[in-house]
Ligand binder design. Structure first.
Ligand code: HEC
Ligand code: HEC
Length: 317
């Protein structure tokens, strides 16, 4: 019995490895609209070619240069303070410059996170939690934090904490949304040949200008389509708890602007907020601080998560 178990081990391990690489793709607690699964076949007419420019910048890059995570484009170098080496280049952490996915402005994309103006202590703690595995992000941050030294993480945290947040996501209630697809970098984009579909109980976050968003332009933000009535419902849940959760403002502060080490939620990407709420429910964050979110999410339904994310994202940061 024992021997046959050992013989089976490699097969079992490879099954576990496959499961870890491709988490459930689209279930009630892990919906594809929040976790973004790339489409196998990109639609025709979506390949960029030649030099790319963005309004107001004198710089020019090719899409290949823009997508080099080790050396991201800095479209407006005069509009942010001096960025530490780890934000500008990935030489010391296997090629993952923070400025690529999170942008030099810190606002990030729906598939990553907005870091601008979060407290440095909170950011350092999240990097440590990703590194230890107390917080799980199979897509990106576990690998990245493990490759990043604590000193680099601290410098990046100080930099992102110093940035001024802005209204980067416009939250709009709608019944129908543009049909969309998800590219290899997990950004959701409208289908080039148009069409609409019912939104249902989802949040669909799309760039205001797909070409500028894929160019990592820090001045062209996002539109989040949310179900009608969700912002008001989210406000009710966030401020009163609605009998099924604890009022968010008690800990996250008035206007959800954050309080000490408790992060600001106002103006964050709504699908990022939703991913975290699903994650807390699934127990993918195990730190002492994350335990405080356990009771909060226990009884939340998908509709509640959609409403809370819509409301928090709609607040000015
Ligand atoms: C290849 C893309 C990519 C790069 C490069 C990257 N990140 Fe991230 N980061 C992500 C994604 C994706 C998430 C969202 C994870 C999730 O949804 O749970 C994230 C989330 C985070 C968070 C959590 C924010 C919060 O509010 O809790 C922190 C902190 C963070 N990143 C810091 C960094 C730092 C520091 C660097 C540079 C060393 C970096 N990231 C580089 C993709 C990236
Ligand atoms: C008892 C205090 C408390 C309450 C109440 C609370 N939170 Fe939190 N929340 C926290 C703490 C602490 C963290 C940081 C967890 C960590 O470090 O992993 C957090 C983190 C989060 C995050 C992750 C943000 C990020 O940037 O990664 C989200 C999203 C969130 N809370 C949403 C909510 C919502 C929505 C509510 C109300 C329904 C709520 N919280 C109520 C304490 C609280």
């Amino acid at each position: 019995m024992r021997n046959s178990m050992w013989l089976l081990m490699p097969a079992l391990l490879s099954i576990i490895a496959i499961a870890a690489e491709s988490p459930q793709q689209n279930t009630e607690d892990h919906p594809a609209w929040a976790f973004l699964v790339p489409d196998a076949t990109p639609p025709a007419g979506t390949e960029a070619s030649g030099p790319i420019k963005v309004p107001g910048s004198t710089k020019s890059y090719t899409q290949k240069e823009i997508d080099d995570l080790a050396n991201p484009p800095d479209w407006f170098p005069d509009e942010h303070g001096p960025a530490p080496q780890i934000v500008r280049g990935g030489a010391s952490n296997k090629g993952f410059a923070c400025g690529s996915c999170h942008l030099f402005a810190g606002y990030g994309h729906p598939e990553s996170a907005n870091l601008a103006g979060l407290s440095a202590d909170f950011l350092v703690q999240q990097m440590a939690d990703f590194k230890s595995g107390d917080r799980i992000d199979p897509a990106r941050m576990n690998t990245i934090s493990q490759a990043t030294s604590d000193e680099d993480a601290k410098q990046a945290a100080d930099y992102f904490a110093s940035l001024k947040p802005t209204v980067w996501v416009k939250v709009t209630e709608a019944d129908t949304v543009p049909k969309s697809w998800v590219n290899a970098a997990r950004m959701r984009l409208p289908l080039p040949n148009g069409g609409t579909e019912p939104l249902g109980s989802r949040i669909i976050e799309l760039p205001q200008d797909p070409a500028l968003a894929t160019a990592r332009d820090p001045k062209s933000g996002f539109i989040a389509y949310v179900p009608p009535g969700s912002i008001a419902k989210g406000e009710m849940l966030a401020t009163t708890g609605g009998g099924k959760t604890i009022s968010c403002t008690v800990c996250h502060g008035d206007g959800l602007k954050g309080f000490g080490n408790i992060p600001e939620l106002a103006g964050q990407h709504p699908i990022y907020i939703a991913r975290q709420l699903f994650g807390f429910k699934a127990g993918t964050s195990k730190s002492a601080a994350a335990q405080q979110m356990q009771k909060v999410v226990e009884n939340l339904t998908t509709d509640d998560i959609v409403a809370l994310s819509a409301y928090a994202a709609s607040l000015a940061p």
